[in-house]
Design a protein around this ligand. Sequence first.
Ligand SMILES: [Zn+2]
Length: 221
Amino acid sequence: MNTNKTYRLVLLGAPGAGKGTQAERLTEKYSVPQISTGVILRAAIEAGTDLGKKVKELIENGKLVPDEDVVAIVGQRIAEKDCENGFILDGFPRTIPQAEALDRLLDENGTALDAVLSIEVKDEDIVTRMSGRRVCKKCGASYHVVYKRPKNGNLCDNCGTELVSREDDKVEVVMGRLEAYHKQTAPLKDYYAAKGLLVTVQGREELADTSAAVDEALKNL
Ligand SMILES: [Zn+2]
């Protein structure tokens, strides 16, 4: 296949907004790899490259991997053959310096990002979605107080065990994560909006609706 169309995308989305699902879907749709820095760092360590060795030492000493190294690792990854028509960056860049470094990196290779897709879901909806989840500790069945109610009060349909919410799904925990996300992402969104790259899509309750909105938004790349 030799089209000039490329899909060099950065994906943004709060925890619980359905970013992972869309990343997976777009990967298949556009035949481009999803690039997660966490995965690459682990692979570099396993492969024992110079960079991998350095990263390993940093992590073992409880230190953060410096931007320049993360960027170098991303640079090596996107130079690989399977990124010819694009890639979906997930979890990178997280900061303005990283975003600037990514721009330089792409520029040196004569390319640029095609779009930065932000999947937006109202905080209150994410909180409702996540804080309403209930699980059965005994059989693992999952429920939702609004979207998938157990038939009998707060008891598991399968085994009658009392349902609980996961620690991670508690309102305060979800809100804390959302706050951290917005604080970190707002400057990035401004940065990409100023470059005319930011595409925002309203995440919907139904997965198919979100997918359709994403496809529509990326149609004219
Ligand atoms: Zn159960």
